[in-house]
Write a protein of this length. Sequence first.
Length: 189
Amino acid sequence: MKLFRPFNVVVDFETGNLTPGKKITRYLSDIQHFFLDKEKVKAVLAKENPLVYEVIYAEVPEEPGHLAHCTTIIYPGKVGNEFFFTKGHLHEKLETAEIYFTLKGQGRLIMASPDGEECEVLEMFPGSASYIPPSWSHRSVNVGGEPLIFYCIFFADAGHDYATIDKTGFPKVVLERNGEVVVENNPNW
Ligand code: S6P
Ligand code: ZN
């Protein structure tokens, strides 16, 4: 039997950098269709295309038995009064759970059942370890003025289903109203 060799990666709690790692980047243009205020999105994109978030993965085989892990860094920002967020997804293997451990910043973790009938929103803050049970879609939102940085551990063969969220979005949205962070029903749901 060929053994996979143990290895370390190093996570910088301040920047979220994970080394060695493989980075993916998501810009506003990649997630523009999710924001409520289409006119505001257009206006922002006419001037610039801000980096919204980065994910840095440790290189682990996408095979049963392995645990994938990565950091996510969501930069602070809003479109209108809606905070920057990740695309969000279900796992292709619905039966796989995940843990998000927040290292820095303030966020909200929106989770929904596959049909969207159930929705829960957890606070993310340094030290919070959020459990995403099997079958719940998940999207994270940066509600603070600094990067939101969290470390994720999930089954390496879980896969990502983005198509379902592309069609439906999430049942809840996270907005700023009068300087407060509020969670509201998604009017387009
Ligand atoms: C993977 C895990 C995270 C997200 C990352 C970006 O299962 O939930 O690593 O991939 O936070 O979010 P998204 O929705 O663009 O993959
Ligand atoms: Zn996930």
